[in-house]
Design a protein around this ligand. Structure first.
Ligand SMILES: NC(=O)c1ccc[n+]([C@@H]2O[C@H](COP(=O)([O-])OP(=O)(O)OC[C@H]3O[C@@H](n4cnc5c(N)ncnc54)[C@H](O)[C@@H]3O)[C@@H](O)[C@H]2O)c1
Length: 355
């Protein structure tokens, strides 16, 4: 098991990563004795996992709240139902929430923990690759409202994150690849070791080899925790985590959030942003090739030819990265490091879309 940390001062938390079963002792140490526990999970998480998790919690009364699966369930209604459950069960500040599932469960359970009684402790036990490498670390919690995704939320760190690669066996291919999209993001923006690890082990990654998975998750979490610890409230360096997101979000919005998974859309966005970096002279041609080959080698789709700049432009200019009418983009330099800039030619965006 590998142990990492994220957060500062009182909000520092431990992240345990294992290729074996969940470390029960860590979970029980966090919960303590005689606490009440609410496991928040969703209908897509295999029952056997939920049962085993419940059984592994000792000396506490454990309750389960299961929402339906899907992005639309990260809703105000479900948030309210979780709060109602906590009130009905007479939860106090010393009781605990366990977020057990993908990013949807992590975000809504985390937001419930952030707001109930002005904040109670919670643990993230992420079960999708995306949530293991991304959403469980960094303390962003949220729900969606009809006006937009993640519009209501809070920065609220978990007290503990427990990551076991064993959960990933049952993940659908689409969801697995969505997570891989986020993994390569870290390799592109700030982690050479991860880039080489992926280059050498693409077949093992495709076949979900437990040991390699642990290594790539560890490297991804190292990068994410380093960045979010430096910039907890997203006022600076954290922006580089949005590499590929301006174009990826535009593709998601254009396709109604249905056709592609989040990671698949972000992968296309990263390829477009890398091409812009090349046309702007920041990346060498062989480096751009390396980036595209890396994504290809683990089975990610890099062909964005179905998406035209003229069609996506309205979504791109709606992006929250537009400040004072200027679009800010995350680009990559020839040390494979991401940086934010508003200095680029629009013609190079068009060129990137067309290439
Ligand atoms: N808080 C953050 O920093 C942050 C970062 C990135 C994304 N997000 C949020 O994360 C959400 C997406 O998360 P996601 O991609 O994990 O999707 P998800 O939570 O919807 O999970 C995807 C699907 O996989 C199923 N599933 C989960 N674990 C499984 C397992 N082990 N075996 C089989 N099926 C399993 C779920 O039931 C669901 O149907 C979005 O709402 C996004 O806004 C948050």
């Amino acid at each position: 098991m590998t142990t990492l940390y994220a957060g500062k001062g009182d909000s520092k938390y431990k992240i345990c990563i294992t290729d074996k079963a969940l470390p029960k002792n860590e979970l029980n140490k966090f919960i303590g004795k005689k606490a009440k526990v609410l496991i928040v999970t969703d209908s897509g998480i295999p029952n056997t996992y939920v049962r085993a998790l419940k059984q592994s919690i000792k000396n506490s009364s454990v309750h389960i709240h299961r929402i339906n699966k899907g992005e639309q369930e990260k809703s105000f209604k479900n948030f309210q139902q979780i709060l109602n459950k906590l009130i009905d069960l007479k939860f106090s500040r010393t009781d605990k929430i366990v977020a057990f599932g993908g990013g949807v469960v992590g975000d809504i359970a985390g937001f419930s923990a952030a707001t109930f009684l002005r904040g109670i402790d919670y643990v993230q036990i992420p079960t999708t690759l995306l949530s293991q490498v991304d959403s469980s670390v960094g303390g962003k919690t949220a729900i969606n409202v009809p006006q937009g995704k993640n519009l209501v939320g809070a920065f609220y760190n978990p007290k503990l994150v427990l990551i076991s690669t064993t959960y990933l066996k049952t993940l659908s291919e689409k969801e697995y690849k969505s997570g891989l999209g986020e993994v390569i993001k870290y390799a592109f923006i700030d982690n050479q070791k991860l880039r080489r690890l992926i280059e050498k082990n693409s077949q093992k990654i495709i076949s979900r080899d437990n040991k390699i998975l642990k290594n790539i998750i560890e490297q991804s979490v190292k990068t994410k925790s380093k960045i979010v610890t430096k910039d907890e409230k997203e006022s600076g360096i954290r922006a580089i985590l949005n590499f590929g997101h301006t174009f990826g979000h535009a593709i998601e919005a254009h396709t109604g959030y249905k056709k592609l998974s989040h990671g698949a859309a972000i992968t296309l966005g990263m390829i477009i942003a890398s091409k812009i970096s090349f046309f702007e002279g920041h990346l060498k041609d062989y480096q751009l090739e390396n980036i595209i080959n890396l994504a290809d080698s683990i089975g990610l789709d890099t062909d964005h030819s179905n998406y035209k700049y003229s069609v996506l432009k309205k979504y791109i200019m709606n992006d929250k990265k537009v400040a004072d009418g200027k679009l800010n983009l995350i680009m990559i330099d020839n040390n494979y490091k991401a940086f934010k800039t508003y200095k680029f030619k629009t013609t190079n965006i068009k060129k990137a879309f067309n290439s």
